[in-house]
Design a protein. Structure first.
Length: 118
């Protein structure tokens, strides 16, 4: 894949994250931070849902020719998100005592939200 293909994928991913953020805000979530990263990895969105701190993994695909967005979230990815989330909680000491990991999977115009996936 050349530079332009990577940039196109990056841009699509960012637009998916914006769409997921808007979707979650419309159902009452509040954004704390987008694209948080450290040495371990990255979390797409960090939000609150009432008393919950929510780490959100976003997967966006324009079509399902190479599979569905949900299929891109494997055990390795979930483990990495969990480690980044735990380090975030340790380092920032948020006021929320409870946290969870959600996923927002976008396929074309369809948005699916999965709560507490790990």
């Amino acid at each position: 894949m050349n530079y332009y293909g990577k940039k196109e994928n990056y841009d699509k991913g960012k637009s998916g994250e914006v769409e997921a953020k808007i979707y979650l805000e419309n159902i009452g979530y509040s954004l704390i931070e987008a694209n948080y990263h450290n040495k371990i990895g990255e979390i797409d969105l960090i939000m609150t849902d009432g008393s919950w701190l929510v780490f959100v993994e976003v997967k966006y695909k324009t079509d399902d020719w190479r599979g569905k967005p949900e299929e891109m979230i494997n055990n390795h990815k979930l483990s990495q998100v969990k480690r980044v989330a735990e380090s975030y909680v340790f380092l920032t000491k948020p006021k929320q005592q409870k946290y969870r990991i959600d996923a927002v999977c976008i396929l074309g115009k369809s948005v699916k939200h999965y709560k507490n996936i790990y």
